[in-house]
Design a protein. Structure first.
Length: 232
């Protein structure tokens, strides 16, 4: 067993092959803000103790830019193998479809002396297994409805907001449920996601968002309608 595999085995019963290959390519002392395996394991343990998104997705921390923001590798389905961005300001989402894409963009950022998060793609990559993602989102919505604790409800919303942008927007029934949800952050993220990937077939969902009683959600719905080409 290599030293890197031994380090990762402190956290994983079975180390993901792509994660092992990533660290073996990076080596023990990666440059810039990327973490080595030992540091990543320790920071991941810390974050799994308190962060709902890292807990729900089995996140594994990949970097430390001396800010409150982090990139993380997803270990749990339905988004396993993808790379997310954990934002202190609340714009957390999946940003890369694979570790390979993340590593390539990180190298580009270092070579061009850019901040990695400034190079994120405008839209989140869709999950490969959309039925599983829809089922996961539906489960979280069901659990949300049964929660009495405000903090737990906030945690559930934080996870939902981060993963909704990885929907392919074909599940209109689920989108309708999200667009009419009482918590304004769900219709807001639906509206904003439609605005980045507008389609006439989503006009009905955009209208649901635009008619939401919360102004913040309604504004996102209007942005979606405008992107589709319908006057708000």
């Amino acid at each position: 067993m290599s030293g890197i595999q031994e380090e990762l085995s402190r956290l994983f019963d079975e180390v993901p092959a792509d994660l092992l290959a990533y660290f073996e390519e990076m080596g023990d002392d990666p440059s810039d803000t990327l973490l080595g395996a030992a540091e990543a394991v320790e920071l991941t343990r810390d974050f799994r103790g308190f962060n709902p998104l890292i807990q729900a997705l089995g996140g594994f921390i990949l970097d430390d830019a001396n800010t409150s923001n982090r990139h993380f590798y997803v270990t749990k389905p339905p988004l396993a193998g993808m790379v997310g961005f954990l934002s202190h300001d609340g714009d957390s989402r999946i940003v890369y479809a694979s570790l390979g894409e993340f590593a390539a963009r990180a190298r580009s950022a270092m070579e061009e002396d850019e901040v990695l998060e400034d190079l994120h793609p405008a839209t989140s990559p869709p999950a490969a297994d959309q039925p599983a993602l829809s089922a996961f989102i539906s489960q979280l919505l069901d659990e949300y409805g049964e929660l009495d604790d405000d903090e737990e409800r906030d945690f559930a919303i934080a996870v939902l907001v981060a993963i909704i942008p990885s929907m392919d927007l074909d599940d209109l029934e689920l989108l309708s449920r999200l667009a009419s949800h009482d918590d304004m952050y769900l219709p807001e993220v639906v509206g904003d996601t439609i605005a980045t990937r507008p389609s006439p077939g989503l006009a009905g969902i955009a209208r649901l968002c635009a008619s939401h009683p919360q102004p913040q959600a309604a504004a996102a719905g209007k942005r979606a309608l405008e992107a589709i080409g319908i006057p708000a």
